[in-house]
Design a protein around this ligand. Sequence first.
Ligand SMILES: CC(C)(COP(=O)(O)OP(=O)(O)OC[C@H]1O[C@@H](n2cnc3c(N)ncnc32)[C@H](O)[C@@H]1OP(=O)(O)O)[C@@H](O)C(=O)NCCC(=O)NCCS
Length: 176
Amino acid sequence: MTAGNPLSIVMLAPQHDRSAFDCGQDDLNRYLQQVASQHQKKQVSRTWVAVRPSEPERIVGFYTTTLAEISAEYFNPKDLKKLPKTSLPVARLSRLAVGQQYQGQHIGQRLLIDAIVRTARLLEDFAVVGMVVDAKDEAVSRYYQHFGFVPWQDDALKLYMPAQALLDVYAAVIGE
Ligand SMILES: CC(C)(COP(=O)(O)OP(=O)(O)OC[C@H]1O[C@@H](n2cnc3c(N)ncnc32)[C@H](O)[C@@H]1OP(=O)(O)O)[C@@H](O)C(=O)NCCC(=O)NCCS
């Protein structure tokens, strides 16, 4: 899906057809179909969907973000220099999925960069020390590492990207 077939990333809204989405993972499909919209209304999380202008109701992929606090012990000490050794505020990428027929076309990458950019913008008004994400398996952990996420000290299925790295991605995207 390239320049000839552009993609928009917009907040989940009633016109989006959640029922047709299938990323191959039942829990993620169910989340989008049954939970995402409720959580959005209740200010628990935000879900962003990738759609094509030619079919604006069809969800090609989505991601969900929330805010959280995690213990400082999970971060690599070099990222933690001068940070308080307490619970630290983070943005959490709690879901990321691309429809099966669209996988491998850099749409996950577009969504991930969009999530990073939105979090970097958040830093103008709210403080978070980084973005965290849970990977369901080692292949997905490697996927996040491919984009610069760092595994937690004791668990490679949990990863984070420090705030400065989020800002660096943002600066690179703005400079494009
Ligand atoms: C995981 C998922 C979101 C990836 O999205 P995608 O659109 O298929 O992946 P992309 O096309 O954006 O991949 C972009 C880059 O990541 C690389 N990549 C893909 N999978 C990788 C992996 N397991 N390890 C390392 N790199 C990987 C690609 O080679 C590509 O690199 P390149 O730019 O150098 O060519 C998607 O496959 C998916 O929705 N899977 C099912 C749901 C799921 O598992 N979600 C994660 C929940 S934890």
